[in-house]
Design a protein around this ligand. Structure first.
Ligand code: HEC
Length: 112
């Protein structure tokens, strides 16, 4: 009986899809590259929330392109994002992979 309750409680932590836990490494990259000034993981700020970006089903590589060369037409109602060509490629790719991984609508078989 006690074991059953414990199992249920452990299960609830996983269900809350809105609570985004940003890995430390990613958070550091977002902070260093000033992304956090305009983007929050789950809340609209100057730019769209990353969970909203994730719903567009971009590949990580496409997200890298969009960091270097944003396409404001994708987000009517927002101010255009400034291109950020100074973000190192490997860092942009890590960020891109993370944003793509936030898309919960499409199950990713090869997650991690
Ligand atoms: C000065 C504010 C600002 C900064 C800094 C900023 N963004 Fe943005 N971002 C925006 C806005 C506004 C949009 C929506 C309009 C657009 O795409 O131009 C956006 C859109 C995006 C999109 C969606 C692109 C698309 O076409 O769907 C991604 C991905 C993104 N940002 C990632 C990043 C990352 C990663 C960083 C840091 C390296 C970053 N942004 C820094 C404001 C910003």
């Amino acid at each position: 009986m006690l074991l059953t309750i414990g199992g249920m409680m452990a299960g609830t932590a996983v269900v809350n899809a809105q609570a985004i836990k940003v890995p430390d490494e990613i958070n550091a990259l977002l902070a260093k590259n000033t992304c956090l000034a305009c983007h929050k993981p789950d809340v609209k700020l100057i730019g769209p929330a990353y969970i909203e970006v994730a719903k567009r089903n971009y590949t990580p590589e496409r997200i890298v392109e969009l960091i270097y060369k944003p396409n404001p037409a994708n987000w009517p109602g927002y101010i255009p994002m400034a291109a950020l060509p100074n973000v190192p490629q490997d860092e942009a790719l890590k960020i891109g992979k993370w944003i793509a991984s936030l898309n919960k609508t499409k199950p990713k078989p090869k997650k991690k």
